[in-house]
Design a binder for this molecule. Structure first.
Ligand code: A3P
Length: 282
């Protein structure tokens, strides 16, 4: 603790995070971390850290140096999000070896919607004038009318494959799955469940959000005080979140949805929970 100008400034420390948002890419991870940060006890690292996938050789002190400081024994929680962890085969063992009690958060949405969003993300990065980018159909379907299961953006949507690797090390109760569609419709409802999972008081409510009609998403409502004046403004996610949809041929979504049905069933059985995405019968 240090004392300056008459008030006590609590000493902050950096440590390994008590919670990690481990995926999934395009599931709504940025919205999740920005919204849970509205909670006064949650201290979130800004950019994606990529320790357990890309930078593992840099060591745990490097990882800790990327964390926001917290006040020890104050109930504050350090958190980071790196969506690539979910599908990185080495990540579950590495996370477990660092801290077997860490709380894991995973946000998932309909695998077809996630795949289209992931494709759109790749496409928008390569769509400079004069550049061509393959159509979604060219990437996901084979010439023999099958599904191209080697396409990595499609593999990322086969949730049970990735989830089963995490369950080797962590019990289901230690992994909270946020419903991606519900986070879009009613962020505060999903965030209240996250608060309960993180064992922090329930602070986030509908009052923290404003619906932005041009973005068609909820944005965080920020209240700033200037002396006696209070000023409200909305803080929306950037333009890369909630992109206009890419061109897709008729029937593509249906074919993809049929492909994912047995995989979704396997995922539901694995986590003992249904998410409302189309699935084969049990
Ligand atoms: P789209 O851009 O395809 O609509 P991630 O942050 O993991 O990359 O996920 C991006 C997705 O978050 C967006 O995909 C969008 O659908 C979703 N999302 C959820 N809540 C959002 C919000 N409040 N504002 C913007 N995007 C949100």
């Amino acid at each position: 603790m240090s004392v300056g100008f008459g008030h006590i400034v609590p000493k902050r420390i950096q440590r390994t995070p008590q919670a990690i948002i481990m995926g999934s890419k395009k599931g709504g991870t940025r919205a999740l971390i920005e919204f849970i940060k509205l909670h006064p006890k949650v201290k979130a690292a800004g950019p994606e850290v990529h320790y357990f996938d890309r930078h593992y050789d840099k060591g745990v002190d490097w990882y800790i140096s990327k964390m926001k400081g917290i006040v020890p024994n104050s109930g504050e929680i350090a958190i980071e999000k790196t969506p690539a962890y979910f599908r990185t085969p080495e990540a579950p063992t590495r996370v477990y070896e660092m801290d077997p009690s860490v709380r894991l958060l995973l946000i998932l949405r309909d695998p077809v919607k996630r795949l289209i969003s992931d494709y759109n993300h790749g496409r928008s990065k390569h769509l400079e004038p004069g550049n061509n980018y393959p159509t979604l159909e060219e990437l996901v379907f084979t010439h023999e009318d099958g599904i191209n299961t080697t396409y990595s953006r499609l593999q990322r949507s086969i949730y049970h494959l990735h989830m089963s690797r995490w369950l080797v090390h962590f019990p289901l109760e230690q992994i909270h799955i946020v419903h991606g569609e519900k986070l879009i419709e009613s962020p505060w409802t999903e965030l209240n469940k996250v608060e309960a999972f993180l064992n922090i008081t329930s602070e986030i409510s509908e009052n923290n959000f404003l619906f932005n009609t041009s973005k068609k998403f909820y944005c965080a409502r920020e209240v700033r005080s200037h002396g006696v004046w209070q000023h409200t403004r909305e803080k929306c996610l950037g333009r890369s979140k909630g992109r206009p949809k890419p061109p897709i041929s008729e029937g593509t979504e249906e074919r993809l949805s049929d492909f994912f049905k047995p995989h979704n069933r396997m995922f539901y059985d694995l986590v003992n929970r249904e998410f409302g995405w189309p699935a084969s019968d049990t």
